[in-house]
Design a protein around this ligand. Structure first.
Ligand SMILES: C[S@@+](CC[C@H](N)C(=O)[O-])C[C@H]1O[C@@H](n2cnc3c(N)ncnc32)[C@H](O)[C@@H]1O
Length: 310
């Protein structure tokens, strides 16, 4: 997942070839993601919006959870992600229950009060004002409807086989860079967002906010898809020139994951751990209270159902 060149980054900080990356990420954590959706206990027959659906990787899990009477609307600002999502669903049993549309999270192409659940995975890290966005999304929920946000928090990541002081330098350098990179023309990104989500939902006006954590642990020997995931993450930590990290540390770090002979994957002590956050809240606020002027701040997108020839 090399994202060194700003030209290859779209408006929300994703490299344009990110679909492959998202698939790798999804497959490598398939077990935990299945459990996350199971634990949500989504209502059979309900209407779920997958906000920032990307290439539609969560759709099969959501469709299974809400059953054949339920409906899913996937929205995203990336046309290539939507086309991929639509293609993925064409021959699936749930194809008639799913639609994909191009829209911003803050300006969903549905009536206010229409959605039973809005689910959004791995998107909050790109939101520069998550409280305002979550509040704007509440308008689209039925009274008592739930917003569910799933995201990462790299403050929880550890590699047991990597020198702890090197790890600490790399993580601190990236965290510092994330605070400053916007001024250098990069899009907003907060890869430490997971543990902040509950506070954001409360500040946005949600009630009964619940946080559930998923401890992702993988040991030697790593399955290939997880090795690819870890290599992508390792490369990403030092992308964009890693301005707050010494060159020597960049070299040592990359060697840990890419050296043909001395990489950490070959060590039988290898252990990777990371905690992911799933936070939900109920919306009871009157729609007018949080009817902030998002549409004025966010240029409106044409609401288009993408029809892909097969
Ligand atoms: C890291 S991807 C996650 C995709 C998918 N949810 C998953 O977990 O595989 C983030 C997605 O959010 C979309 N996105 C980011 N900001 C958005 C916004 N304000 N409105 C709609 N989509 C947005 C991006 O286009 C991208 O497809």
């Amino acid at each position: 997942m090399a994202v060194n060149n700003v030209v290859h980054v779209n408006e929300c900080g994703l490299p344009l070839n990110a679909i492959n990356w998202l698939e790798t990420h999804h497959q490598s954590k398939a077990f935990e993601r299945k459990q996350m959706i199971h634990d949500l206990q989504l209502q059979h027959g309900s209407f779920v919006v997958d906000a920032g659906c990307g290439p539609g990787l969560w759709t099969p899990l959501l469709a299974q959870a809400i059953g054949q009477e339920g409906h899913i609307l996937g929205v995203d600002i990336s046309p290539e992600a939507l086309v991929t999502a639509q293609r993925r669903s064409v021959h699936r049993s749930y194809r008639r229950q799913v639609q994909y549309k191009r829209a911003y999270l803050e300006n969903l192409p549905i009536e206010y009060g229409a959605a039973d659940t809005i689910f959004s995975a791995n998107v909050s890290q790109y939101l520069s004002d998550p409280v305002a966005t979550f509040a704007a999304m509440g308008r689209y929920l039925t009274p008592g409807g739930r917003l569910i946000i799933k995201d990462i928090d790299f403050g929880t990541m550890r590699f047991q086989a990597v020198d702890p002081s090197l790890q600490s330098h790399v993580f601190h350098a990236r965290e510092k860079w994330e605070k400053e990179r916007i001024e250098q023309g990069y899009s907003f990104e907060d890869s430490w967002v997971g543990s902040k989500l509950a506070g954001y939902l409360r500040a946005a006006g949600y009630e009964d906010v619940q946080e559930k954590t998923y401890h992702v642990v993988r040991r030697f020997p790593l399955p290939l898809n997880f090795r690819n995931y870890v290599q992508g993450i390792a490369e990403w930590f030092v992308c964009e020139g890693a301005p707050f990290l010494a060159n020597e540390d960049v070299t040592k770090w990359l060697q840990c994951f890419f050296s043909p002979t001395e990489n950490v994957f070959n060590m039988d002590t290898f252990l990777f751990e990371e905690t992911e956050f799933v936070v939900s809240g109920s919306w009871h606020a009157p729609t007018s209270r949080f009817y902030i002027d998002m549409p004025k701040e966010v240029a409106s997108l044409e609401e288009s159902l993408l029809v892909v020839p097969v």
